[in-house]
Design a protein around this ligand. Structure first.
Ligand code: PSU
Ligand code: MN
Length: 308
């Protein structure tokens, strides 16, 4: 078993499951501290935990509670973070600062991946990935998610990079960073709120077992990168592409106008889109997240059943 760094607290339920070799699914907290509006944020986070348990998998929601990174938060800790007005957004670089200052934080995909791997978890489900922002050639705004996923191995299930990003540039970066991206039952890269981002993938997988095999092969080869699984939003929950493109354009114009930069960009854009689509993007976000949690449970179960 992996011995985790002393500064990381592992919840009892997660510790027991890992010791027994039972499947565990990691989930991030930025999605409910900064991604979703209250009170829906907590409903979604707690429902996801329930969904994972019902699938026979142990949920490990990950976040920073009063400076301490916690892998496997309790419902009380999740509620505390989801209602905290001072909660910060922590990527990997904010973890030491949060620890030193005692701040609470929602962990991004990058930070959640780091913490999950550090304690021996192999599968992580989220909504949408960070990536390359439009205009990154001059702003250099590219999510740390990209870099960390090239350095830390996990199976990450998402519905593609968020619609607000420069998708082809993001896919190019994953190639450069040597991070494999496979489509779940599709050869198209999913577009978060929509089924198809408009860009192709070179590899399709059709079962949780196949994902487990690719991840195991990557580990056997001694590679340190993650395996990204692009799981498209169910067709019935997908938004209309035309409407979405127009809203995203206005979201960017508004961000520019208000001088929104850096870490605040993603939450600002998501919030703008939620308001302008009358909550439709929020429903889509919740639906795709549920779908990714379901697939993550199947992959975690497939991996836990393997030797080694
Ligand atoms: N996808 C969502 N909602 C979110 C995020 C992704 O549907 O809130 C978060 C994730 O935690 C991701 C982060 O890691 O946004 C990326 O932020 P940035 O672009 O600042 O790296
Ligand atoms: Mn950024």
């Amino acid at each position: 078993m992996t011995t985790s760094p002393a500064a990381i607290h592992v919840g009892d339920h997660v510790r027991e499951a890992l010791a027994a070799g039972r499947p565990v699914l990691a989930m991030e907290s930025t999605i409910f501290t900064h991604g979703l509006p209250r009170p829906r944020n907590l409903e979604v986070a707690l429902a996801a935990e329930e969904q994972v348990r019902a699938a026979g998998v142990t949920p490990a929601t990950i976040g920073v509670v009063a400076g301490r990174p916690v892998v496997g938060m309790t419902a009380e800790e999740i509620e505390r973070l989801g209602n905290d007005d001072d909660v910060i957004k922590a990527s990997v670089r904010e973890l030491p600062v949060a620890r030193a200052t005692g701040a609470s934080a929602g962990t991004t995909i990058a930070a959640t991946t780091y913490l999950a791997h550090a304690v021996g978890i192999h599968v992580f489900s989220t909504g949408g990935l960070g990536g390359v922002h439009h205009g990154a050639a001059s702003s250099f705004d590219e999510s740390a998610d990209l870099v960390v996923l090239s350095q830390v191995p996990i199976v990450l299930v998402s519905s593609g990079a968020k619609a607000i990003l420069d998708i082809p540039a993001t896919l190019e970066r994953f190639e450069t960073l040597s991070v494999p991206v496979v489509g779940y039952r599709t050869l198209r890269y999913p577009g978060f709120y929509v089924h198809d981002s408009g860009y192709p993938l070179s590899q399709q997988v059709d079962s949780p077992e196949q994902v487990a095999t690719i991840y195991q092969a990557s580990r056997d080869l001694g590679l340190s990168s993650s395996v990204l699984v692009g799981n498209p939003i169910p067709e019935a929950d997908s938004l209309d592409t035309g409407v979405l493109d127009e809203v995203i354009e206005r979201a960017w114009a508004s961000a520019d106008e208000q001088g929104i930069r850096g870490q605040a960009t993603t939450p600002f854009l998501l919030d703008f889109i939620q308001r302008e689509t009358g909550g439709a993007s929020l429903d889509a976000n919740v639906a795709l997240y549920r779908n990714n949690v379901a697939l993550g449970c199947e992959i975690a179960t497939a991996l836990a059943g393997r030797p080694g």
